[in-house]
Design a protein around this ligand. Sequence first.
Ligand code: PAF
Length: 285
Amino acid sequence: MREITKPDQMQDILSGEKNSGKRIGVVPTMGYLHDGHVALIREAQNENDIVVLTIFVNPTQFGPNEDFERYPRDIERDRKIAEQEKVDYIFNPSVDEIYPQGFSTYVDVEGVSDLLEGEWRPGHFRGVATVVMKLFQITLPDAAYFGQKDAQQLMVIRKMVRDLHMPVSVNHVPTVREPDGLAMSSRNAYLSPGERKDAVMLFTSLQDAREQIASGERSRDVIVESIKSKINTIGNASIDYVEIVDPGTFRSVQQLEPGREYCIALAVRVGKTRLIDNIFLIINN
Ligand code: PAF
């Protein structure tokens, strides 16, 4: 495994690999790896000759009052996991390498970037799309791997790739969960033991919604209200949003229709920690 910090060097090495016929898979991350990232790396290993793991806590996707400074980092641990998973290259640049003085070009995926997460985190997806575009330019991947927990991010990236004719196949891997159902996230490290227990309610309420829908409920308002009322049983939770959306547009729907797929997405602050989760479901005829 080699660790590279300079974009030009990474690009040179990988363009050599590509010219010798190797298929490159990239797993973009902000580090502090967990089993969700490992699932992405393994999928990339299955489908490619070379696996590149990028580790970069991207400042442009954090708002001014968000957790950029305190975002968990542990490069030593990440290196060990990458080594165990037989990653070929870690690309671990500094902020100055990615955003040198005078940097002024951004990617804006209009429409979907303004909904849900975008509404609560203005500028977030502009930062994500910009850095992912840069990481793709540097690592020259044939395929890239993202987790379904960040379903809206996945859609933003897919749209960018389509709109800009980028020759990258964007793949997703199902959300990896703790045994009690909590979606794995680097931010789970912020939770106190009590908050960690309470946070299970996010997935429980989504599972209950799945059952409610299976028993015939079709009204968005009824389903969303019952999710919210469960989450509100957590003492120190505050809900940013709970929404049922068309996964093709991320626009909310009012009434569920047979034969269609939906995503129920939520963002909740448990104490000071903002967590997101979602499930996908298809309505039976
Ligand atoms: O999902 C993440 O970890 C980040 O948003 C990504 C895709 C690595 C971009 O910084």
